[in-house]
Design a binder for this molecule. Structure first.
Ligand code: CTP
Ligand code: MG
Length: 230
């Protein structure tokens, strides 16, 4: 059975700062988006829809010239959810029979194959929405009550959410339509699915799947790449 993934790469990378668009920034001579596509392929993904700015098409052609699975590019939207929605429309076109879809951040170049495979396995076992999560390592405080007041949150019940997130395709499309028509604010696709009553299944994520957000994250990602080379 084919496994399609939408790789969102249409952000502006403001927090990473000046330089090439974030998804085209390189580690070890390869763009983050290319690392991400190869990481998905290693975990069983068979086709990718990359979402970015269409005026960067030539740059993506170069960056993904040695991709090991077929890919197509579509234009992104103002918010991440808009970019995902554009990607889902393309999935329906390039893989009309697809039952499942993964949604992955190009900014997470080194997600381990085991994590991708765990997401796919849970989908095949019937889960409508699957997310990789990691424990929270810092002590967390919530600002609460009056000015300057705060309280420690029990971090043992907290999990940080990563990608790729996996979905029953029809459920995710319906969730996006619902969120749009109701004007709901959601921060990821799993939250959108929950809004239409779909259960969210957690699988174990990995610190290697860190999201490159600021220059410090790029240093960490470079270290992950160096470790993987050996
Ligand atoms: N993304 C997208 N379309 C948007 C916004 C974000 O495809 N309108 C993608 C980004 O390209 C990234 C992922 O969503 O792969 C996670 O977003 P984030 O880490 O916030 O990246 P940027 O939005 O590019 O960075 P910043 O918020 O610092 O500008
Ligand atoms: Mg952003």
């Amino acid at each position: 059975e084919p496994v399609v993934a939408v790789v969102v790469a249409a952000g502006s990378g403001v927090r990473l700062g000046a330089g090439a668009p974030k998804a085209l920034r390189e580690i070890g001579g390869r763009a983050l988006v290319a690392h991400a596509v190869n990481a998905l392929a290693a975990g069983g993904v068979t086709r990718v829809v990359v979402v970015s700015r269409l005026e960067l098409a030539d740059d993506f052609d170069r960056a993904l010239a040695d991709a090991t699975i077929p890919w197509t590019l579509v234009g992104g939207g103002a918010e991440r959810q808009d970019s995902v929605a554009n990607g889902l429309a393309e999935v329906a076109r390039v893989e009309p029979g697809a039952r499942h879809v993964l949604v992955h951040d190009a900014a997470r170049p080194f997600v381990p194959a085991t994590v991708v495979a765990a997401v796919v396995d849970a989908l095949r076992a019937g889960a409508p929405a699957v997310i990789p999560v990691t424990p929270v390592v810092d002590t967390i405080r919530a600002l609460s009550g009056g000015p300057g007041a705060s309280a420690v949150v029990d971090r043992s019940v907290l999990r940080a959410v990563q990608t790729p997130q996996g979905f029953d395709l029809a459920t995710l499309v319906r969730a996006h339509q619902h969120v749009r028509s109701e004007g709901l604010a959601v921060t990821d696709d799993a939250m959108a699915c929950e809004a239409i009553g779909a259960a969210v299944t957690l699988v174990e994520g990995s610190r290697d799947a860190l999201k490159v957000t600021d220059p410090f994250d790029l240093e960490i990602a470079e270290a992950v790449w160096q470790r993987r080379r050996h």
